[in-house]
Each structure stands twice: as structure tokens, then as C-alpha cells.
Design a protein around this ligand. Structure first.
Ligand code: NAP
Length: 574
């Protein structure tokens, strides 16, 4: 039994809030989970959120140029047709202010705020087997006790600030894009250094360059990007959105990535080189993530992918005037979309500005940060501001920052030491009644997030409703099913080019010391949805559903022993 529940219950009783379900996080996932559990199945629910307001990703990521890469009419909830039809998006891709307005509208419409507690960062969540309850402690000293613990913490919510020596000595200001100050940052007249050229850096650089005196972009790995071609939505398109909820929903639910367009059925080598060029040109003009959908086999056939990389590298050389800069930007070492493909507004064009310089860190690596800027091996760059567009400890980072302990004090940090292992990305053996919305092992970041979130939230809600209707007290992923699922996640990844990119955050490679495991499920959202439905239809196959009493204890005991044997871990002492 863990220390919190065994040693301190009396002391904690005074301040413990008793609930059926506690949800961590008030982004897209947490808001909808609250609505489903409270308003559809009548549980007492609270959402706790570290930020001072709702929005999740969009609360924290307010860096210059931030904009969603999913098209607005699909980056939203589909569960309420009325909501879908009454909300009007203004642009092809929404920015944080518009997404936050939308989420506030949702919160007001469904009266969600009254059950959300902001400014409350969860420190620990310990399962008490005697009570079959989770005891959750927040930084504020407050405690919550709930039967169901649902983590809706987001996949990319733990900022990764690289450990570059000397950062503490820097006399200027520095910011990570994922923890951007809500009041913004004034770059006027400043010498700015930006580290990182992923989706975020590619969005931020063109906007920072407009007001900064000088922008120096430090690039370690060159990256592809396709123009987003953002624009205001026409009245005709707005009307189309209002009138086609069902059709759009059908498309997002039947495509592997949950976007509102279908992937072409044509394979790259079905066409002649000339015909292929036409397809790529049209996709480039159309812009956005649709480029990835131009051919069916771009992500599975390296030779096919090479034709896209050639097209995209030539575009960089066409756009960027300085030859050396163009070569450094086009010196890309991975397949197109092998890492998450960025989309941009004037990214490559930005390097034609007189006040912007690209530094190729592969040739001249960063040595340290100094009081006055960044020192690379060969140069010193004087800076007033450093922007870290250096990404996230994705998919597991936020969960592992919480001290999560399951049965008998089993620590999630220990269980995931060699990488995350889940059943369907929804549960971990040894952690009964804990559900992870878009957890590792589910499509999550490989899918348009709200589509993945809706499916998970609804599945979890139905599972809990089923438990209540059938007198089931605890639901826990079985070890064998988990092992099989992990195997399947690997198989699905290995059928694509994705795991071939060694420096991808999908593999955890961007965080020193993080185990290299391909974390999201690459088998496609459509297939994944069908698997989850099938599991539910078979009475939650692969989960141990336990009723009160002897039978339940025996089942749990077996599940835990199997799990420990399979994962070769010992239960930590407490
Ligand atoms: P990212 O893709 O992980 O990119 C981080 C960048 O920082 C990379 O260029 C990386 O270089 C560089 N970097 C990291 N540590 C470094 C170091 N010590 N020295 C030099 N360079 C370093 O992070 P991100 O751009 O924030 O994007 C993360 C994810 O967020 C995206 O893939 C996407 O899923 C999501 N996102 C979505 C949107 C949207 O929808 N609008 C926008 C932004 C982000 P290496 O490649 O060499 O590691």
C-alpha cells in the first residue's frame, strides 16, 4: 500500500474532495470528457488544470505565428451538430485567439466552467486498492479522491528546453514557444536568436523577422515545409461547412489522419514523371497537409517518397536567393513527412530578408550560451532575446512529471522506464480505472487531434457507463493484451518510413536519455477506431473487469503478477 493512503488519510480527509471522476487538463480533451461524464452519464466530475484558463495547448502556445495546421472546419468537435453549425470559423487555419474563443463558447454552451479548477497542477496520483479510489494531490495542497482518473494532459505539453551550458548566464531574455507569455513579447529593435526549425520554428520565424532588428535562425536539422495558404474563408465555404456536418464528419472519421480530405488512391509510380510533377504542383498550390495526401504510398515507399523530396527541395532552391542559405535549408536528411511535416506562411521567403540569417549547426554547432548571446564553435552571436522553438518531451513527458502510482505503489515512471507500454493507448496494466486520453500507443499526434480526442473520450465514457450498468468496480488493461498491442504498434510503425527517422520526437529522440520507442499508433485512425469498437463489442476484450469481492481480487492479483513478470520490474517499496 502506498504511503499517502496508508499514512495520511485522516489528515487528508478534511481537505479531500470526493468525486466519481477526476480529469486532468482543460484542453479539447478535458472539456469534452467533463461534458460526457457529467452530462451524459451523470457522474460527479472535476477538471483540474495547471493553467489559469482553459485551452490546453492553445493556452500555452501563443508564440508569434502560432496557427493550427489542421483546417478549421475539422479542428473542432463534431459531437454536437448544433455546435458545429452555429460556430463560424474565419480562416482556413485558426490561430490561438480564435481557438480559445471557440473553446470558451463550448464551455459556456455546456456550462463547463463550474466544474473546472484552474491554477491547479497535479503533483501525484496514487491508487488506493482498499478503497478502489485514486487519491490525487495538487501543488496547492488540495486533494481529490475519485474512482476514475482520466488524464487529458495533451501529447505535446511538456516544454523541452535543451540543456545548453551557460543559459543561466544569459543577460537577455529567453522564452520557450510552448510557455509563451500571454501578454506577448515585443521584438522591436531586438537581436533575436531562434533555436529550432520544426513546425513551431517554421511558423514563428517569419513573424519574428517582421519586427526584430535581426533574426538569427539556428538550424540543426533542415526541414521540409509546404505553404499553408491560409486565407479568410469565403461565404460559400462557410455555408458549405454549416450545411455539411454529416458529410465532413464522415470524411474525417474514414481517413487515416482524421483530416477533411481523402488520401489519393494513386501510387507515385502509376504516373509518368510529367504527370507526377503536375500532381505535386497542384498540391503545392493548394497548400497545407494535403500535400502528404497527394499519393497513396508517400509514407510507405522510400523511392516514391524520394520524388516528393526532390520536388520540395527544388522549391526551396527556387525561393531562397542566397545560394549557400538555400543549400543549407535544402540539405534535408529524412523522408518527407517522416517527421511531422510543417506548413508555413513565407518561411523560406523570410531568408531573403536583409535582417535574417540562417546558421547551419551541422557545420558550426552551438557550444554554449554566453551572457551576451550564443557561441558556436566558430562564431559569437550577440543577442537580446533567445527563442527556444525546441519542441516537447512529447506523449509521455507530462504524465511522467506526475508521480503516478498504481496498485501496490507501482510507479508509472518505473513501468515506462524502457518506453511507454499501453493497451490501445487507453490504459496501463497495474493502474486500474486510469484512462489516458490520446495516450502513447494510440494514433494521437498522427491524427487531427480533436478527431482522436472525440473517439477516445467517447470510448472511455461508454466503458465507464458499461462498468456502472454491470456492477463492475474496476477496469484494468490485461498484461497479455498490452504486450500484443505494443507489438502491433511496432508492426504498424515498421510498415511506414516513420521509424527510419532517427532524430524524430515520435521516437523520443529529441530528449536526452529518453528511451527510443516509436510512441504513436501508425496504423491509422480508421483502423484504430474499428479495433476499439470491436474490443468494446466483445465485452471489453483485453481488459480485466472486476466486480466486488474475492473474484475481483484474484483477477487483479493475476493481472499484476503477469504484468510484473512480463515487464521484469519489481514493485517499488514505499
Ligand atoms: P520539434 O518538431 O521537436 O522541433 C524542435 C526543433 O528544435 C528541431 O528543429 C530540433 O532540431 C531543434 N532542437 C531541439 N533541441 C535542439 C538543440 N539542443 N540545439 C539545436 N536545435 C535543437 O518541435 P516543434 O516545432 O515545437 O513541434 C512539435 C510538434 O508540435 C509538431 O511536430 C506538431 O505536431 C506540433 N505543432 C503543431 C502546430 C500546429 O498545428 N500549428 C504548430 C507547431 C507545432 P532536430 O530536428 O535536430 O532535433
Amino acid at each position: 500500500m502506498n504511503s499517502v493512503t496508508s499514512k495520511q488519510p485522516e489528515k487528508l480527509n478534511d481537505t479531500v474532495t470526493e468525486l466519481d471522476a477526476l480529469v486532468i487538463g482543460a484542453g479539447f480533451a478535458g472539456l469534452y470528457q467533463l461534458h460526457c461524464l457529467r452530462d451524459r452519464i451523470g457522474l460527479s466530475v472535476k477538471v483540474v488544470e495547471a493553467g489559469d484558463d482553459l485551452g490546453g495547448t492553445w493556452y500555452w502556445n501563443r508564440y508569434p505565428g502560432a496557427r493550427c495546421d489542421s483546417e478549421s472546419h475539422s479542428y473542432c468537435y463534431f459531437f454536437s451538430k448544433e455546435l458545429y453549425e452555429e460556430w463560424e470559423w474565419s480562416e482556413r487555419y485558426p490561430g490561438p485567439p480564435e481557438i480559445l474563443r471557440y473553446l470558451n463558447h463550448v464551455a459556456n454552451k455546456f456550462d463547463l466552467r463550474r466544474d473546472i479548477q484552474f491554477g491547479t497542477r497535479v503533483r501525484s496520483a496514487h491508487y488506493d486498492a482498499a478503497d478502489n479510489r485514486w487519491l490525487v494531490a495538487a501543488g496547492s495542497g488540495q486533494c481529490f479522491r475519485a474512482t476514475y482518473l482520466i488524464t487529458a494532459v495533451g501529447c505535446i505539453s511538456s516544454a523541452n528546453v535543451p540543456d545548453i551550458p551557460g543559459l543561466d548566464s544569459f543577460k537577455g531574455k529567453w522564452y520557450h514557444t510552448g510557455q509563451w507569455p500571454p501578454q506577448g513579447v515585443d521584438f522591436t529593435g531586438k537581436r533575436v536568436g531562434q533555436i529550432g526549425t520544426g513546425s513551431t520554428g517554421i511558423q514563428a520565424a517569419p513573424v519574428i523577422a517582421q519586427s526584430a532588428k535581426r533574426l538569427t535562425v539556428f538550424q540543426r536539422t533542415a526541414n521540409y515545409s509546404v505553404p499553408a495558404r491560409n486565407a479568410p474563408l469565403s461565404d460559400e465555404f462557410k455555408q458549405y461547412i454549416r450545411e455539411h456536418h454529416d458529410e465532413i464528419e464522415e470524411i474525417v472519421e474514414s481517413t487515416p489522419n482524421g483530416h477533411p480530405f481523402r488520401i489519393s488512391e494513386t501510387k507515385v509510380f502509376d504516373l509518368s514523371p510529367e504527370e507526377r510533377q503536375k500532381v505535386y504542383k497542384a498540391a503545392w498550390e493548394k497548400g497545407g497537409l494535403q500535400f502528404r495526401a497527394a499519393f497513396q504510398d508517400l509514407l510507405t515507399n522510400k523511392a516514391a517518397n524520394d520524388t516528393a523530396t526532390e520536388f520540395l527541395k527544388n522549391k526551396i532552391r527556387e525561393i531562397v536567393k542566397d545560394r549557400q542559405t538555400a543549400e543549407d535549408l535544402a540539405d534535408i536528411d529524412h523522408p518527407y513527412a517522416g517527421k511531422r511535416p510543417p506548413i508555413d506562411t513565407n518561411y523560406f521567403e523570410t531568408f531573403n530578408r536583409e535582417n535574417v540569417t540562417l546558421i547551419n549547426l551541422r557545420k558550426d554547432p552551438i557550444e554554449r550560451i554566453t551572457p551576451t548571446g550564443i557561441k558556436t564553435r566558430d562564431h559569437n552571436y550577440d543577442l537580446d532575446i533567445i527563442v527556444f522553438a525546441t519542441g516537447f518531451d512529447a506523449l509521455t513527458g507530462t504524465l511522467l512529471r506526475i508521480d503516478i502510482r498504481g496498485r501496490d505503489g507501482l510507479s508509472l515512471r518505473d513501468v515506462w522506464k524502457a518506453g511507454p507500454r499501453t493497451y490501445l493507448g487507453l490504459q496501463v496494466p497495474g493502474f486500474p480505472n486510469m484512462f489516458t486520453v490520446t495516450g502513447p500507443g494510440s494514433p494521437s499526434v498522427l491524427c487531427n487531434m480533436p478527431v482522436a480526442i472525440e473517439q477516445h473520450v467517447e470510448w472511455i465514457t461508454e466503458c465507464i457507463a458499461y462498468m456502472r450498468d454491470n456492477g463492475i468496480e474496476s477496469c484494468e488493461a490485461a498484461t497479455e493484451a498490452t504486450e500484443k498491442w505494443v507489438e502491433h504498434v511496432n508492426e504498424a510503425a515498421n510498415a511506414t518510413l516513420l521509424p527510419t527517422v532517427q532524430h524524430s520526437w515520435y521516437l523520443g529522440a529529441n530528449v536526452p536519455g529518453k528511451p527510443r520507442v516509436f510512441m504513436p499508433y501508425a496504423g491509422g485512425m480508421t483502423r484504430y477506431r474499428a479495433i476499439c469498437n470491436d474490443v468494446a463489442a466483445k465485452g471489453y476484450e483485453g481488459f480485466v473487469l472486476a466486480r466486488r469481492g474475492q473474484d475481483a481480487d484474484a483477477k487483479r492479483e493475476t493481472a499484476l503478477n503477469d504484468f510484473e513478470a512480463a515487464a521484469n520490474i519489481s514493485t517499488p517499496g514505499v
